[in-house]
Design a protein around this ligand. Structure first.
Ligand code: FNR
Length: 383
């Protein structure tokens, strides 16, 4: 464990341990992967102002996201199929987040169900919804999330159809994996993963089992999505969902100032500036580059979170200094989970926390809430 000092270290262990089909599912962007790459490289274009001779004692990374206290403003993003990266993956990630004091978000497309996660945790988590054509299913799943005490609904808006990820198609992605000869050969070399999976009963999509159309084990994610997801989702429908939920609402997948203003108008408690980690519209601008214009358009009307491309505490700091109130991480915690289960997620959170805390100090700041554009040197096109 002591040799693991970066998120990239966890990534490399995960890459060796996970079956290729699930590693590729995580590590892909859509089409040419331009946005996937730029999400990360654009963070590198922002520089930090080095300040000295400032009292750096008594630092804090504590803050709030949608009014909830967080040990640092980093939530775990919803990630489908987390339970295929490691047995009981969603439960383990939720427990690590709870222990650390940051929010966990359960995806609609999780392996462990809402009830599974609720039974193994003590604090409320966030539930992410993909809007399906079947309104009755949507009503029922929102009720399940309410019954489980979920403290926020994260409504994802940037996936009404699936951005094509070539590797998933080529691998014939399914959960559980279909046993073709290449899959069997690959699985045979991933004994740790296999041993873990043998110990769990949860090998199907826990939240959508019992769905009216009876789809619990979609053979091909792309075809299933096209069949099930509601392509007609618009602002009118979003307002209805807001009323149906009645609690805290986060609109995720906003990457344009006009959409952000609409989200604020309908009363979202927060938006997540995101391009789905480069998995949807390839060619979209990185979310960190879009953040300043979105904040300018909003004029403080709603809270803003950001994800897509965060791999270090410095990335978190840059997003906060640009004006985001919080951030979300997807792959950064999946690397940890796939590498070593709950301990790996805890390790990912510790790494990000240490990097954030020390970088903040070297910028001459003691409190994440005091970070601002004064800490940054921005390249052209960022502000
Ligand atoms: C995702 N993401 C996602 N988002 C969502 O709203 N529901 C989901 O089920 C999923 N599933 C999913 C699977 C995988 C493997 C990844 C990598 C991502 C998007 C996710 O919530 C988040 O927006 C991105 O992961 C952020 O980018 P980074 O941190 O991975 O670069």
């Amino acid at each position: 464990m002591s040799a693991i000092t970066t998120i990239e270290d966890l990534h490399q262990i995960y890459r060796r341990r996970a079956p290729k089909m699930f590693y590729d599912y995580c590590e892909s962007g859509s089409w040419t992967e331009q946005t996937f790459r730029e999400n990360k490289s654009d963070f590198q274009k922002i520089h930090l102002r080095q300040r000295v001779a400032v009292d750096m004692s008594n630092r804090t990374t504590e803050s709030t996201m949608i009014g909830q206290k967080v040990a640092m403003p980093v939530a775990l993003a919803p990630v489908g199929l987390t339970g295929m990266q490691h047995a009981d993956g969603e439960i383990l990630a939720a427990k690590a987040a709870e222990a650390f004091g940051v929010p966990f978000t359960l995806s609609t497309m999780s392996i462990c169900s809402i009830e599974d996660v609720a039974a193994h945790t003590t604090k409320p988590f966030w539930f992410q919804l993909y809007v399906m054509k079947d309104e009755d299913f949507v009503r029922r799943i929102l009720q399940r999330a309410k019954d489980a005490g979920c403290s926020a609904l994260v409504l994802t808006l940037d996936l009404q159809l699936l951005g094509q990820r070539h590797k998933d198609l080529k691998n014939g992605l399914s959960a559980p994996p279909k046993l073709t000869l290449p899959t069997m050969v690959n699985l045979a070399t991933k004994w740790r993963w296999g041993m873990g999976m043998l110990g769990t009963k949860r090998r199907f999509f826990g939240n959508i089992v019992g769905h009216a159309q009876g789809v619990g084990d979609p053979a091909s994610l792309g075809a299933w999505t096209a069949e099930q997801f509601d392509p007609q989702l618009d602002w009118g429908k979003i307002e209805k969902l807001r009323d149906l939920w009645g609690g805290k609402l986060i609109l995720k997948g906003i990457n344009d100032p006009e959409d952000a203003v609409m989200a604020a108008k309908i009363g979202a408690d927060a938006i997540t500036v995101s391009n789905h980690g480069g998995r949807q519209l390839d060619g979209a601008v990185s979310s960190i580059r879009m953040l300043p214009s979105i904040l300018d358009a909003l004029q403080g009307d709603t809270e803003v979170h950001l994800d897509s491309g965060i791999r270090t505490g410095q990335d978190v700091l840059k997003a906060l200094a640009l004006g985001a109130k919080g951030t979300m991480i997807g792959r950064a915690f999946i690397y940890g989970l796939g590498a070593m289960g709950q301990d790996g997620v805890s390790k990912a959170l510790e790494i990000l926390h240490t990097e954030l805390d020390k970088t903040m100090a070297l910028c001459g700041e003691r409190d994440v809430k005091a970070l601002g554009r004064h800490n940054l040197i921005l390249p052209q096109g960022f502000a």
